[in-house]
Design a protein around this ligand. Structure first.
Ligand SMILES: CC(C)(COP(=O)(O)OP(=O)(O)OC[C@H]1O[C@@H](n2cnc3c(N)ncnc32)[C@H](O)[C@@H]1OP(=O)(O)O)[C@@H](O)C(=O)NCCC(=O)NCCS
Length: 197
């Protein structure tokens, strides 16, 4: 099983979310855009953050199926990033960022760190052979991050996503170790960003 590990770049540190982060996670996850585009509970309560930090994160690392990091920059928890659904040398990237940290490249930098960890050979990485990105159709901000770091467009999967009991259409892309980590061609023109509800 992978050991919980800290990943560091110029601007961001990825480290394991801990009890001291619970209130901040609960605060950020009440953002309407995070509710709109992810599968976090909505409304998001403190107990959801406590369960995430106390159970989901440690169980994920212990099982080897889910690696979760808090994204820290300027001494603050700016967001969360994970590699989930890890099996048969494949994993899925997932992330959210607090509104005040958006538009600065923080998530692109964090995603690069997580992707390199995913592909690095064991024991310093997960030795995965494929990373998957999935987003609800219309999540242009997420697509821009995936495209920027090199994910290759795969298409739309009708009804491919599930969010709070509803099936919704999703966008899919993937990245393999040999793909260049630069904006990939072949993506459709991304529609303008949807305003937060
Ligand atoms: C998806 C989400 C994480 C994207 O955040 P983001 O701030 O747009 O992503 P980044 O931190 O990579 O910032 C990229 C922006 O910063 C700019 N930027 C500034 N400096 C940069 C740098 N050094 N590197 C890359 N981008 C930089 C880019 O130009 C880009 O803006 P643009 O897309 O308008 O060109 C954020 O919108 C979010 O949390 N949404 C709600 C939750 C969600 O949708 N999660 C994903 C579910 S699939």
């Amino acid at each position: 099983m992978p050991q919980p590990v800290e990943l560091v770049s110029d601007r961001v540190t990825l480290s394991i979310p801990c009890e001291a982060d619970i209130d901040r996670i609960a605060e950020v996850c009440s953002d309407p855009a995070i509710a709109r585009w992810t599968t976090v509970p909505s409304p998001y309560r403190r107990e959801n953050a406590a369960g995430f930090v106390g159970t989901v994160v440690p169980d994920g690392w212990a099982s080897g199926r889910l690696c979760v990091w808090a994204i820290r920059t300027e001494g603050v928890l700016a967001g969360m990033i994970s590699i989930g659904d890890i099996r048969e040398r494949q994993g899925e990237i997932g992330f959210w960022l607090a509104p005040e940290f958006r538009g600065r490249g923080v998530m692109s930098e964090a995603t690069r760190l997580a992707v390199e960890y995913a592909f690095r050979p064991r024991p310093d990485g997960l030795a995965l052979k494929r990373m998957v990105w999935r987003a609800l159709v219309g999540n242009t901000a997420s697509a821009a991050v995936a495209r920027r770091v090199g994910f290759r467009w795969e298409g739309v999967v009708p009804g491919g996503a599930q969010q709070r009991g509803r099936r919704l259409d999703e966008w899919r892309a993937s990245l393999r170790p040999e793909d260049p980590r630069e904006p990939a061609s072949g993506w459709p023109e991304l529609p303008d960003r949807e305003a937060a509800p």
